[in-house]
Design a protein around this ligand. Structure first.
Ligand SMILES: *Cc1c(COP(=O)(O)O)cnc(C)c1O
Length: 394
């Protein structure tokens, strides 16, 4: 990428919103917060978001990949980093190199980590991941004794935490709530087994954003041995985005951090019936102004939004029309005389106070906010406000 951007199209990330969201998700009940910044901070930029989150009181960072953690370490961030899933056993030495705290659950990876720790003559803290009903990675309740005895024999690996992941915390109906409760019950049972093996974890964790907001039980986990701190692992909420249609984070006071702006690059007047863009999937319902905006699906505007979303221009809402193309999309402004250079808000709040949310795009495109945010591409320049990360909030 050239260092000078000539594009009028930019994605602005409000780090004050991130700090506010961190404070809100932490609350005042003593939980510790792990700021999940995988997938380049859900498209918001892992490093700036990590710094803002740590400044606002997060004490852990969470990532999916060693590569993501390496980027943070290379940037000089030394906060504890939780690796949310095991890498391949061959990557165990890198876990130590970057001073990461991995979730562990498979004997093969645990053996590789033990070996790497012996080679480097060091010890490593691990968090054991229990699968209480997500059905993805993690030790099934039946296999806890096996994994705990392997860990118990290790003089190199220390169990610093035990965690699980919830499958339905973002749903608000009774059945989903019952599933969350059942998972937390299974987790409590698992913790008893771990206690029988002498585990004295410092941290217990289960909550993602949805649970941190809606399940008080997930914020106060307990283990028979020792004093523990509950850690909540929040991703989507840091960015002020809703985990699902049922759970609107705005009602919890979270604020979206990301906005996308551009300008009108070209205007032409068209007559009623004029077909527009690839496939002629839209025809002008009347005469009017057709504006081109220089952003497309290669920037992360889902092509599925074709004929299904709006933009804001000069305080008014106008529809995107015709097939969204790789680099440009079209907006029909009717009799409103727009001109090249007029500011366009694709996501966020415009001068007049109108707002377009990622939630609306997600809904229209048949997906979730996570996918929209994480698929904004590197071609879309990111800018940060305030321009420089300020000190921790008082
Ligand atoms: C991504 C992830 C999270 C964060 O979930 P959000 O819904 O974004 O808050 C938490 N825990 C694990 C294991 C994850 O993979």
């Amino acid at each position: 990428m050239a260092t000078t951007s000539h594009r009028p199209t930019v994605c602005v990330i409000d780090l004050d919103a991130v700090r506010h969201n961190v404070a809100t998700l932490r609350g005042d009940d003593g939980v510790a917060l792990c700021a999940v910044v995988k997938a380049d901070g859900y498209g918001h930029g892992a490093e700036p978001v990590a710094r803002a989150a740590l400044a606002a009181g997060a004490t852990w960072l969470g990532v999916a990949l060693i590569e993501e953690a390496a980027t943070l370490r290379d940037a000089g961030i030394d906060a504890p980093i939780l690796l949310l899933s095991e890498p391949p056993p061959s990557a165990a030495p890198a876990v130590l190199t970057y001073n990461l705290t991995p979730f562990v659950y498979s004997p093969a990876f645990i053996a590789a980590l033990q070996h790497a720790a012996e080679q480097q003559d060091t010890t490593v803290n691990v968090h054991v991941k229990i699968d209480t009903g997500m059905g993805r990675v993690g030790v099934a309740n039946d296999n806890i004794t096996q994994v705990m005895s392997i860990l118990g024999e290790s003089d190199r690996l220390a169990i610093e935490g035990i965690g699980t992941h919830l499958a339905r915390a973002d749903e608000t109906d009774d059945a989903a709530r019952a599933t969350t409760r059942a998972q937390l019950d299974r987790f409590a049972t698992a913790l008893d087994v771990c206690a029988d093996y002498g585990a004295t974890p410092t941290y217990l964790h289960a909550a993602n954003t949805a649970a941190a907001l809606t399940s008080p039980a997930s914020r106060k986990l307990r283990c028979a041995t020792g004093t523990t701190t509950t850690l909540v692992r929040c991703g989507i909420g840091l960015y002020g985005l809703s985990p699902s249609v049922q759970l609107d984070v705005a009602t919890y006071g979270l604020r979206p951090a990301l906005t996308v702006h551009s300008h009108v690059s070209y205007v032409k007047r068209i007559v009623k019936g004029t077909p527009v863009s690839y496939g002629h999937r839209w025809h002008a319902p009347c005469d009017g102004y057709l504006a081109t905006v220089p952003i497309g699906y290669a920037d992360g505007v889902p092509r599925a939004l074709t004929n299904r979303a709006d933009v804001l221009i000069g305080g008014e809402r106008f529809p995107m029309v015709g097939t969204i193309t790789m680099d440009q999309l079209l907006v029909f402004c009717g009799e409103r005389p727009v001109t090249a250079g007029d500011a366009v808000t694709l996501l966020g709040t415009d001068v007049a106070g109108g707002t377009i949310r990622i939630e609306a795009w997600a809904h229209a495109a048949g997906t979730i906010t996570y996918e929209i945010a994480s698929q904004l591409t590197q071609r879309l320049p990111r800018r940060y406000v305030p321009e420089r990360t300020v000190q921790a909030e008082p």
